[in-house]
Ligand binder design. Sequence first.
Ligand SMILES: C[S@@+](CC[C@H](N)C(=O)[O-])C[C@H]1O[C@@H](n2cnc3c(N)ncnc32)[C@H](O)[C@@H]1O
Length: 159
Amino acid sequence: MYDHIASSYNALHGAEQQRKLRALLARVMLPKGAVLDVGCATAHLSSFFSDREYVGVDPSQPLLDLAPAGVRVLCARGEQLPFSDSAFPVVLSLTALHNYSDFRRGVEELFRVCGDVCLVGVLKKAPASHEIVSLLKQRFSVQEELSDQHDFLLVLRKV
Ligand SMILES: C[S@@+](CC[C@H](N)C(=O)[O-])C[C@H]1O[C@@H](n2cnc3c(N)ncnc32)[C@H](O)[C@@H]1O
C-alpha cells in the first residue's frame, strides 16, 4: 500500500509523524533498553533513539530499503512479530494499526512483545479507530491520553 510512495514517504509524512512522537515523548520517562518500532516505514523515527538500540519492523521492503544506514530493520507484519515475549522495554507504533488486516491480533502482539511502555498513535479518521483504541485500553494500562489533529495518542503501560 505504501510501496509506491516509498521514495517520497519522509517528505510527505516525516514531519507530521515526528511531531506526534515528540508529543508522546514529552509525557513519559522511558525505561532503559531497546525500542521496537512496529510499522516503522523508513525507520525515520530511529533518529529519536540514537542513544539506544532501535529495531524497526514493516511489511513494505521498499520503505525499509530507505532506512538510515546502520539502523536494524526487518520485513514482518505486526500481526506476527518475530520476537519473544516482553523482548522490548519500549514499543512504538504510530499510525499503523488501522492498516493491518487483523488489528486485534496486532494489539495482542504489541502487548506480547512489550516489556513496559507502549507508545501508540491511532489515525482518527480510520473507520476502526475507536475499536482499536478500546482494544488497546482493554489490554494495557493507560498512562496518558492525548490527541493531535490526526491521531489519538496513547502512552500505555504493560503493568
Ligand atoms: C502512516 S504509515 C506510519 C509509519 C510510521 N509509523 C511513521 O510514524 O512514520 C503506516 C505504516 O504501516 C505499515 N503497515 C501496513 N500494514 C502493516 C502490518 N500488517 N504490520 C505492520 N505495519 C504495517 C505500512 O507499511 C506503513 O509503513
